[in-house]
Ligand binder design. Structure first.
Ligand code: SF4
Length: 354
């Protein structure tokens, strides 16, 4: 289950998620609880194994927000909260733990102060590192985000950041390559250099794998046993319910999205209706193609036998000889080089044979 907390302190110029400035008067907790109650009535809320609080900035919520929502579920396995370093002190982290949260995803991005300022982030590298250390001591199961390819990013900066991360000891690192659409480029006043970003991505794979992290998904690296359970279920194409303004979900081939407008979201819930703005029934071939795409994101790859109707074998062979993919146990998997051009690889491997 994904729970979207739609508020941030301010908007980061490179961000593409749905979020609005913090409005403490908006009854988000009550509305989310009512949305959950509506799902309980549909019978679709049984067997929730993992809960992910994302946003927006869920670490801006009161601690009672987490305790109240988590209390409605019978012991999920993994409960993650995305935390921004400027919100996190020992009290918040201890409070989250007492509420039942057992995994923290910390949006560090970099430890370089100038770059953080340019990205519109409101904390120092020192603060982020201290939070990473504290979260590690309190939770053990902590992930750190590192953005790759922001203005001023370099091999030296990347190595310095990872060295500090590794000393602080997170068991999971998410390394996202910066991509910007046209509007974001204008707003951020930056045009990412894809080639340089790819070089930094290769260096990321090298450093983290050398230090015992498994590269199990394009942007995700984990110490043994600390792969993210919620996200891994998504990459296997399993059902999930998304609640909150702007959230998405897929249940039994039905894909839906919630209202992005806080007013419309509140109106629907208050009227006793699920706040769904659009939905579609996924055709079997769409589901198959999504599983193909999702499989290629991970180090599990795709079963060449199951995906015979989609997989272009000639392209797969060419990708292997180019060092973009490899085949083992009948599965096609992308290498780090292949993952750096993931979108192109999906088109290439599923394209028509010549
Ligand atoms: S804090 Fe996160 S969700 Fe909010 S604007 Fe920045 S990147 Fe986007």
């Amino acid at each position: 289950m994904y729970i979207h907390f739609p508020f941030c302190r301010t908007r980061c110029p490179y961000c593409d998620f749905f979020s609005v400035p913090l409005n403490k008067a908006y009854p988000i907790k009550e509305l989310l609880k009512n949305e959950l109650a509506l799902y309980r009535e549909t019978g679709e809320l049984t067997g929730v194994q993992n809960i992910y609080f994302g946003g927006g900035t869920p670490s801006l919520a009161d601690l009672s927000f987490f305790a109240d929502i988590i209390g409605g579920f019978a012991s999920p396995e993994e409960i993650t909260v995305e935390v921004n370093p400027e919100d996190a002190d020992r009290d918040l982290l201890n409070g989250l733990k007492a509420s039942g949260v057992n995994r923290i995803s910390l949006g560090v991005q970099t430890l370089n102060d100038d770059a953080l300022t340019r990205m519109g982030r409101h904390y120092s590298g020192k603060r982020a590192l201290r939070t990473l250390e504290q979260a590690g001591l309190i939770f053990g199961n902590v992930s750190a985000d590192r953005l790759i390819g922001f203005p001023g990013d370099s091999e030296t900066l990347l190595e310095t950041d990872y060295q500090a991360f590794l000393n602080a000891g997170p068991v999971h690192i998410s390394a996202y390559q910066l991509t910007l659409n046209g509007t974001q480029k204008k707003y951020f006043d930056f045009d990412p250099d894809n080639e340089h970003t790819a070089e930094l991505y290769f260096l990321t794979c090298e450093i983290l794998e050398k230090n015992g992290f498994r590269h199990y998904e394009i942007s995700n690296f984990a110490k043994h046993g600390y792969e993210a359970k919620y996200n891994s279920a998504l990459w296997r194409g399993e059902d999930y319910i998304g609640i909150g303004p702007g959230a998405w979900g897929t249940v039994r081939s039905r894909r839906y999205s919630n209202h992005c407008s806080l007013i419309r979201y509140e109106k629907s819930i208050t009227a006793g209706r699920l706040p769904i703005s659009s939905e579609e029934i996924l055709a079997p071939e769409t589901i198959m193609f999504e599983k193909f795409m999702l499989g290629l994101r991970t180090d599990d790859g795709i079963d060449a036998g199951i995906f015979t109707p989609l997989l272009n074998l000639n392209a797969a062979q060419a990708a292997v000889s180019e060092g973009l993919a490899f085949v083992s146990d009948g599965r096609v998997r992308l290498t780090c080089k292949g993952m750096s051009v993931y979108n192109e690889m999906v088109c290439y491997l599923s394209g028509p044979s010549e």
